[in-house]
Write a protein that binds this ligand. Structure first.
Ligand SMILES: [Zn+2]
Length: 398
């Protein structure tokens, strides 16, 4: 995997990720959130019939830690184990859809991962051993952080020292690994709600040339808690960090974010997000109907009789509505099924209802990223954002 920064203006960045097969993924990019290696409610067959492949797939290491021995024995890495060969995999340390479990690592250097089987504590060398069995295209290194604004400087110092030593040892072990020669490292940037400590930590981490990119950590507690992240408040903390790291390296913001938060985040010079917002929409029995209006790729919802950027299809007003979710959408769901039919499936708890919603929501979120990049290329991000804001964006409630 390689990253090229194509445009870096004071407002935002545009770039490209390219995998070993020559597939190019434009940034700001949406990588696809998976649970157990699959996009929620989408089987491999459905995914192959969609327009979403090839895609970078996000897989959380906590979901596979209990299967380490099986993955190692299988011998084809996480992509083979999950039957997702030829799709680049970004292995993150946290599941964006799960609210963070608080807890303490034991020992001086080990860091913990919470999985269905309980807490696993990794030393740096063990962690890289585990990553060797996964063989991801990109992997995030574990860290210890707190999103608590009241965390003391002493606590922040303890976290940064522990995380820095862990990162350093991982890099040393990583450099000796033949198996991981093609894998790229993401270093979390931490430092709590202390600008100086964040800047100092970023400066220390920037010394490692082997680091492919950075993830911002400690700004929220994942799950639906991410929707509360206030970018106006956090922008200063993000700016001081990015001033200290090389501009040409990838920048990831882990977590579930609304489309309007993502627009704010690209203004904070971030490159990569995940699709877990589409998953939350499915869990809320909601269809994304974002008013996407941009020159060259107009998906405005003006002809769809909708008053918001999300519709909850179980509402009674869709009982006899034989129109597709969106008339201009080219996804399988919108080409073949009516709002009333999907409503019926959702109310009768037929799995097909969630499948059809998932197909539409992932397709539409992907269209949001395509439109957003087009708007950025033509310096029209403000207008693009204003068009979405013309309609309401209700909160998702699973
Ligand atoms: Zn659709």
């Amino acid at each position: 995997m390689n990253f090229r920064l194509c445009k870096s203006a004071s407002k935002y960045r545009l770039g490209e990720l390219e995998d070993e097969l020559g597939n190019v993924f434009k940034t700001p990019a949406c990588i696809f959130y998976t649970g157990g290696g699959q996009i929620p409610y989408m089987t491999k067959d459905i995914l192959e019939d969609s327009s979403l492949l090839p895609s970078i797939l996000q897989m959380s290491l906590n979901q596979f830690v209990h299967a380490k021995d099986a993955i190692t024995s299988f011998g084809q890495g996480l992509s083979g184990f999950t039957n997702m060969k030829n799709q680049p995999i970004y292995c993150s340390t946290r599941d964006p859809s799960l609210t963070l479990t608080s807890g303490y690592s034991k020992g001086n250097q080990g860091l913990s991962v919470w999985s269905l089987g309980g807490k696993y504590v990794f030393e740096a060398e063990d962690y890289v051993d585990y990553v060797e069995s996964l063989r991801p295209s990109i992997v995030e290194i574990l860290c210890e952080d707190y999103s608590d604004v009241s965390a003391t400087n002493k606590k922040i110092d303890k976290c940064t020292e522990k995380s820095f030593n862990f990162l350093k040892r991982c890099i040393e072990r990583f450099n000796k690994s033949d198996v991981l020669k093609g894998s790229r490292l993401i270093a979390p940037l931490i430092g709590g709600y202390n600008r100086q400590k964040r800047a100092d930590y970023a400066a220390r981490v920037s010394q490692f040339d082997q680091v492919f990119g950075y993830s911002l950590s400690g700004f929220h507690n994942f799950g639906t808690e991410s929707f509360k992240m206030d970018f106006d408040y956090n922008k200063d903390f993000i700016d001081v960090v990015f001033e200290k790291v090389p501009e040409d390296k990838l920048r990831i913001l882990p977590g579930s974010f609304t489309p309007l938060q993502i627009i704010q985040a690209v203004r904070c010079h971030l490159d990569v997000f995940d699709s877990s917002y589409a998953y939350w929409a499915c869990e809320s029995k909601a269809a994304l109907t974002l008013n996407l209006e941009v020159e060259g790729h107009d998906l405005a919802t003006s002809g769809d009789d909708l008053d918001s950027n999300i519709v909850f299809l179980t509402e009674a007003r869709y009982t006899h509505d034989d129109r597709p979710i969106l008339s201009r959408c080219t996804c399988y769901t919108c080409k073949n099924h009516a709002r009333s039919y999907i409503r019926h499936l959702l109310l009768t708890k037929e799995l097909l209802g969630s499948i059809l919603l998932s197909i539409h929501n992932h397709h539409h979120l992907n269209e949001f990223f395509i439109c957003m990049r087009l708007a950025m290329e033509s310096d029209g991000l403000d207008h693009f954002e204003a068009k979405i804001k013309e309609k309401s964006l209700p909160a998702l409630s699973s």
